[in-house]
Design a protein around this ligand. Structure first.
Ligand SMILES: [Fe+2]
Ligand SMILES: [Fe+2]
Length: 166
């Protein structure tokens, strides 16, 4: 694999940062069209990120040591998907939109940064070699891009019954 392509954990961290930046854009935009475009991008990025983690990353890092954390992670994805599905249904100028976006932002701050980056990723760094994480990063990016190309935000509402299986 290409040396300047990130490993799995770098890829996920970059995607977290992009999601954070898109939330900031939706929150700060006073142009309706720009805000709608940023929200659509946010919804698709987030849906593709969660699906890719559930299908490739979490199964790869599933071990005795990580299972409780991963079970918590898929529950946190479920909570985020439920708020995201509500947001997708709402008009951007509905007063509940900003409130639900703020709730989702809090949930993501906890899930992406406090749980994944600060707790899970250091464990995974010790579990897997750099080569394994580079190879996994390549597979994850390919799957992410394939999912992103299918407007995954359209399917978020179908994934709100229960957490994804590990
Ligand atoms: Fe996640
Ligand atoms: Fe993540």
């Amino acid at each position: 694999m290409d040396e300047d392509q990130g490993d799995a954990l770098e890829l996920l961290t970059e995607q977290h940062d992009l999601v954070d930046a898109l939330i900031e854009m939706v929150e700060s935009s006073d142009d309706d069209e720009e805000k709608a475009a940023a929200f659509r991008e946010l919804a698709n990025q987030l849906a593709a990120h969660a699906a890719m983690e559930e299908r490739l990353f979490y199964p790869f890092v599933l071990a005795k040591q990580t299972e409780p954390l991963l079970r918590q992670s898929t529950e946190e994805h479920l909570a985020v998907k439920r708020v995201l599905a509500d947001l997708i249904e709402l008009d951007l100028d509905d007063p509940q939109f900003a409130a639900k976006l703020a709730v989702m932002k809090e949930e993501l701050r906890h899930h992406e940064h406090d749980e994944e980056e600060d707790v899970l990723f250091p464990i995974v760094r010790r579990m897997a070699s750099k080569e394994e994480l580079l190879a996994l990063g390549g597979e994850m990016l390919a799957l992410f891009e394939a999912i992103l190309g299918t407007e995954p935000s359209d399917r978020v509402a179908l994934e709100t019954d229960q957490a994804a299986p590990l």
